[in-house]
Design a protein around this ligand. Structure first.
Ligand SMILES: CC(C)=CCC/C(C)=C/CC/C(C)=C/COP(=O)(O)OP(=O)(O)O
Ligand SMILES: [Zn+2]
Length: 448
């Protein structure tokens, strides 16, 4: 008897995931329009309910995250901010007090009160306080001591360690430089040799690994690229190969994988889509040509139509060829508190994303979104706050990817599902919502 060809464990896992994902897409395609609309809804109330409950009280299974408590604050509060909501005064004050107790006497924030200061939890704490905003939250950060902590983490080879005697990697570089940039304490001492270190982590594939010699990975690629942009050395990277690597991480499921030959995962919606947008905007701003691609230029995105905006899309009646760049107040109320912008207003400030933005939104909304709120990695996985934060962050990046700059709002056709799905825009280098970022920058500029 002829032997069946054997498949590897990885091939089998990939096959099972594709089966689940395509099963969900086929189910969606077979539904009537009303059900489809419902399935694509972000369901803000359910999201907020899941998030608010988590911020107030977590069950015993979360004890394993005891060294990550500022991260839980950030994942939850940033998700709430992306949804355009805020917490009440009591929750806000409790969060500020709690993070104050995580702040070490020699600077930086630990994973909980009395724990060793660590760069990752310091980044989470600072981003949480920036997300809360206001005098009390922002002034609770001891900038002088944070500056000492960052200097202590700096290594002579240019990189940073995660904590005293800790490991050195691209995450540490990014978290240190993101904190320093937001708090307005970045200087030559912190940036010296940093570009050399990140450069040594770019691999033959084009992406960036965690440390020299490690495999390229989406999480580290985001960290490395964002760091190079913040320190103004991004042109030292091989940008063409980085671009090539990152766009090819979007697979047949339409979500992103973290590294070559690995499975799709909702959290990479942010870690991989943000570098795509950062690179595309950098290429556009510097008049660089993307080799091997015709769609990076100022597309009028005709093929965008085919992804089905439905009958309530106000774009359908518009003249897409109008390239007027005037702010002609050409909007209407979507009925969800958002104002829908028409193509004619913003066409010159729009671009065809270098990844399939609507496909990515479809993966997040149909495969990662859970019926009772929260988001997950992939079908059959449970929801969690990390994936909720990065699925929502990535969804926001995908929705806003059609704009050449942060000031151009998305059109209805950029958003999969109703315009009520529109999320707040994030600052791509720090992953805090734009308004909160602007407030913090102003505050720490005055504090200097
Ligand atoms: C700001 C900050 C601290 C950023 C962290 C960035 C980040 C997500 C790094 C990823 C770390 C990593 C090697 C995951 C691989 O896990 P895996 O092998 O379970 O997943 P995979 O199969 O998808 O690669
Ligand atoms: Zn994940």
């Amino acid at each position: 008897m002829e032997e069946l060809p054997s498949i590897t464990v990885s091939q089998r896992e990939q096959f099972l995931v594709e089966n689940d994902v395509f099963g969900l897409y086929s189910y969606f395609d077979a539904c009537d329009i009303a059900t489809q609309k419902f399935l694509l809804e972000i369901e803000r109330d359910k999201q907020l309910d899941y998030l608010m409950k988590g911020l107030r009280q977590l069950g015993p299974s979360f004890s394993s995250l005891d060294a990550n408590r500022p991260w839980l604050c950030y994942w939850i509060l940033h998700s709430i901010a992306l949804l355009g909501d805020t917490v009440d005064d009591e929750l806000e004050n409790n969060t500020i007090d709690f993070l104050g107790r995580c702040q070490g006497s020699d600077g930086g924030y630990g994973g909980g009160p009395g724990q060793l200061p660590h760069l990752a939890t310091s980044y989470a704490a600072v981003n949480t306080l920036v997300t809360l905003g206001g005098e009390k939250a922002l002034s609770s950060i001891n900038r002088e001591k944070m500056s000492c902590f960052l200097r202590r983490m700096k290594d002579t080879n240019g990189g940073f360690r995660m904590h005293d005697m800790g490991e050195m990697d691209v995450r540490a570089c990014y978290t240190a430089i993101s904190i320093a940039s937001i708090l307005n304490i970045k200087d030559d001492e912190l940036t010296r040799g940093l570009g050399d270190y990140i450069l040594s982590c770019q691999t033959y594939e084009g992406g960036i690994g965690g440390e020299p010699g490690s495999e390229a990975h989406g999480g580290y690629t985001y960290c490395g690229l964002a760091t190079m942009i913040v320190i103004n050395e991004v042109d030292r990277l091989n940008l063409d190969s980085l671009m090539n690597w990152v766009v090819h991480r979007q697979g047949v499921e339409m979500g992103f994988q973290g590294r070559t030959n690995k499975l799709v995962d909702g959290c990479y919606t942010f870690w991989q889509a943000a570098p795509c947008v950062l690179l595309q905007r950098y290429y556009l701003a510097h008049d660089l040509v993307l080799h091997g691609s015709s769609h990076i230029s100022q597309g009028t995105d005709e093929d965008h139509e085919e992804h089905a905006h439905d009958e309530d899309d106000p774009e359908d009646s518009d003249d897409d060829d109008d390239d007027s760049d005037e702010d002609n107040e050409d909007f209407e109320d979507s009925g969800h508190g958002h104002r829908v912008h028409h193509t004619s207003t913003y066409i010159n400030r729009r671009v065809q994303p270098i990844f399939d933005s609507l496909g990515l939104q479809r993966y997040v909304l149909l495969c990662s979104k859970m019926p009772d709120g929260g988001f997950r990695d992939k079908p059959r996985k449970p929801r969690d706050f990390y994936h909720t934060c990065y699925c929502l962050s990535g969804l926001s990046v995908a929705q806003h990817a059609w704009s050449k700059d942060e000031d151009t709002p998305p059109l209805a056709r950029d958003i999969l599902g109703s315009y009520a799905n529109l999320l707040e825009p994030v600052h791509l280098l720090h992953n805090v919502v734009m308004d909160q970022y602007n407030e913090a920058i102003e505050f720490f500029h005055r504090a200097a």
